[in-house]
Every structure is written in C-alpha cells, then in structure tokens.
Design a binder for this molecule. Structure first.
Ligand code: CA2
Length: 146
C-alpha cells in the first residue's frame, strides 16, 4: 500500500495559538486529522511528525526509506531557508516530496525568498493557509494513483 508521510518543521506545533494573522487559526492536530482522512479515503497509508529538531526530522526522512514511504509532504518551516542537511537527507533517500507552506514566503521578508528545497521538490504549494496542506495532499494522492 502506498504511504504518504507528512512532516512539519519547527514551531508549527504553535499553530492556532500564535500569529493567526500570518498562519491562520487551524491547529496542527486539525491539519493532521484532515490530511489523514484524505489519505485514508484514497486507501493509502498515512503518518505524520512535527519536530523542532533538525536531527529528528533527518532521522524521520532516513527512516522513511526503510518504512517504504512513497511520497513525503513537508513544511520545513524556518529550516526552508537554512537547512542543507534536510535537503541532503531528502536527496539521499530519493523519495519524491512536495514542499508546502501556509504563507507565501515570497510576499514576506527577503530572507524567506530562498528555499533549499524548491529546486529539488516535485512541487511547491504555498500561501493558502491550512488549505495549502489540503491541496498538497490531494496532489500527492493523485501523483501516486497515476
Ligand atoms: O508559511 C509557512 O508555512 C512557513 O514555512 C512557516 C515558517 C516560516 O519560517 C517560513 O518562512 C514559512 C514558520 C513556522 C512558525 O510557525 C508558527 C506558528 C504559529 C505561531 C508562530 C509560529
């Protein structure tokens, strides 16, 4: 059975509690629950992880290979703009991934305009709040079904 892994980077555990004007009012739990429902309705396997630790995210990506993950949907959060290590981990496991963001980083500060992921991602979905995840998961399911 194809398997989608949803990964969330640092501070996304605060969703719904802080800065709703930037990131919306949905909680991470509600985003994960909606994604799980979408994936399981398509008869695929779903798992998710949020971590504030770069090492833990890298370990999860490495483990995804042995766990036969078919596609990763990842919001690297601030690591988007800093982490060569996470990029290398995704390239090393050679699992296709979709980069997702709640906000549109290109509409914000200049330092958010560079991503270490976009040029090697299957696709990027950004700027739709929690719906970014819905669109990204939908695209992941369609990709695996074709
Ligand atoms: O828009 C996104 O999804 C981001 O990946 C969010 C990151 C930011 O560094 C990226 O440039 C764009 C920040 C995530 C922080 O999450 C918070 C959630 C609630 C309250 C405060 C921070």
């Amino acid at each position: 059975m194809a398997h989608i892994l949803l990964l969330h980077g640092p501070n996304l555990n605060l969703l719904g509690q802080r800065e709703p004007e930037v990131y919306g009012s949905d909680t991470l739990d509600s985003i994960n629950m909606a994604a799980k429902k979408q994936v399981e309705a398509a008869n695929l396997r779903f798992s998710s992880l949020q971590s504030n630790s770069e090492a833990e995210l890298i370990n999860a990506i490495q483990h995804a290979k042995t766990d036969n993950v078919s596609l990763i949907v990842i919001n690297p959060a601030a690591f988007t703009h800093t982490s060569v290590a996470l990029r290398d981990a995704l390239l090393a496991v050679d699992i296709p991934f979709i980069e997702v963001h709640l906000s549109n980083p290109h509409r914000r500060e200049a330092f958010r305009r560079h991503s270490y992921f976009s040029d090697v991602a299957l696709a990027v979905v950004a700027g739709f709040g929690a719906d970014s995840y819905r669109y990204a998961i939908d695209a992941a399911i369609k990709t695996l079904q074709h």
